[in-house]
Design a protein. Sequence first.
Lengths: 263, 509
Amino acid sequence: MSSLPVLDVSGLGRRYGELEALHDLNLEVHAGECVAVIGHNGSGKTTAVRLIAGQLDPSAGSIHVEGAPVDQEVEAIEARAALALVPDTPSLYDDLTVREHLQLVAVAHGVNEGLSAAPDGGALAELSAAPDGGALADGGLEARIEELLGGLGLAEKLDATPGTLSRGMRQKVQLACALIRPWRLLVLDEPVVGLDPASQRTLRELLLEAKRAGKAVVLTTHQLEFARGVADRAVVLSEGAVVADGPYDEIVDGAVVREYGLL
Amino acid sequence: MRAHRRPFRPSAYQVYTTLVCGAIIGVFVRGAIASLIAGGIGVHGLLLLGPAVLLVVVLAAARFGSWQGPVSFSAADVALVLTAPIASADLVQPKLEHSLLVGALVGAAVGGLAILVIAGGPAALGAARSVGAVVGLISLSSLCVAVSWLVQSSRRSARGIRRVSPVVVVAAGGLAAGSAVLFSRLGMWSGPWGWSIAPLAGGTGWPVALGLVVAASAIVVVWALRRAGAASIEMFAVRAGTRSALSASAWTLNYRGAALSYRAAQPARLGVGIRLRPPARSRRAVLWRDAIALLRDASRVGWATLLGAGATVEALTHPGRLLPAGLAAAGLYFAASLLCEPLRVDVDYPDRSATLLSWSFARVLLAHCVLPALTLAAITAGTVLVSVAIGVAGPAALILIPTLLIGVVATAVLAAALSARRGGRIDEALLIRMLGADPSSPASATLIVLWFAPWLILTLITLGAAITIVGHAVVHHRSMVSAGLLAVGITGAVAGALIGVARRTVRPD
């Protein structure tokens, strides 16, 4: 692991009026590491994810992605360029097809130009940009889109609009949108909700591949078994506060999880 | 259902308020009629504009059928009554007959009003033509209700009517122009919208025209009644939901919410067959996305063309006059606003563009302005060229294309985009303050207008002034160079300031 964490969260807090949704979250995630944030509904997981993605303003603390601050006021472009988010609720354009969503995300992130392609050229980079980090050749983007969607079981839905897809399929399109672009930190909020067992297995494989490629991953989940073998560390949140932080298997098999009724 | 209906017994207070309101409205209506008579809407005006206006009314009735229509059920009725083992025709037909009756009464009232306004009263028109005028408009309004139901009961018709709407509006304009230039009775013989006013217009053939509109109306009404059982429960359920959503949006002054509810009730209009090759450059990503959106909703471009072209013609044909200049500015603003819909979609869910594009919101907003600006510039320049070619405007108007056009279009599009950025719903704090005060007071009304329309007001002032200055120079043979420079300076400065504001915008909450 390098000394500079990919994600560095320090003293992070968020209040909604009187309610303290998140309090003093400290988190470092390094390259090649996966951290699972677990907790009940309302424990502050989604608030933490939205803060990390720059979609909410923190009431306290700071967030840095590869040293760049995540701040909604300055819109944190540098940090956003490195961070890919898969929100808990799919948010897609009604008038674009699945293929066009991926084309839009890829073009906007300069995949065709090689502007910010994955620097390491790892196995997962093949899914997100040209392997050499340069621009994709003509037709290369199309092939990559088809390959990625085929892997997620959406090969038949390339020209479908989101309105004609099930929730699980929309979730997979949202995941594909995150994976088609270059990224070094992937943040997934409840990624397995709505996914069938085969797609969950595919997602696990993708996350393991990402780790091997030296990427950092943060995910929130209720399904502790999904994250076993993927997540290196677990952070347990309860009522907005961290109640446990340590190696995943130790935490999940330990007393804390039973104490907070997470099993 | 009928057995359980409570008898209507108005309270003394209801009678009192109805009488007072009736008296007040009556005074206004009487005054309006008197001024219309004095204004002299004569037979010539009727022949010129009547058929075109009534054609648009028939179109409006048909479009109403595509999202609501004359037969409606509450959500409870849909869930409890329509799903019961009762033939739906038995439930629909009484409601349709009721709507036809209301339509006939409205037609009779309009007919009576038309006799007063256009002919100066039944005595001047004669008994036969007076009766004919009322019967003609009763027939047309019944036809409107029946057409509306036919569209409501058929998804295919609903899709079709939305597709042909811009063509019908252009045809209505063509009817008016044809009646003015070619043959004054062209509109009157063009269809039921013209036949229905034949008794008012007079001439030898009016009984024939009246017979035609009565026959056409009878055929369509019978056809509609025969289709009383043709509608689906899903259609009534969707429309009940739309009414609830529209009502909620209206009470909270959320016009974007109302627009989305209205749109959700429309038949699907996605032309997913249309594909565009994605660009190589990242800076063109939003332009490409907007092009797809506009191609898949071509009617939006059609309406924007009508508004933009109409505004340009208005400015060219009434130079130097303040009101036409204001109308032209408003037309350009609303055309730009129509073309800015993809930006509005991003404002509806601001996290979506943040997640998918990773761009700053200011960059997203400005990128969304490019295609509307190019499209509106093409519409406006094209209209100037055609106007010069057909002699509506002199060749001097061509100079507007390389000079004033850029500033005018940029101002209209940027103002519309900044308005879209606000999300189309009233600020909660302002709403609460208004609910605490008297919402109907002039102060509250002023607050609402200032809150909702600052960018429209800015556009009206800026473009209105620029158009008036240039027009004034044309009419009074003043120096075009100085007037043009002043107009370009005003629009350029405002457009520059708007770009500055746009560059500092942040993602909405």
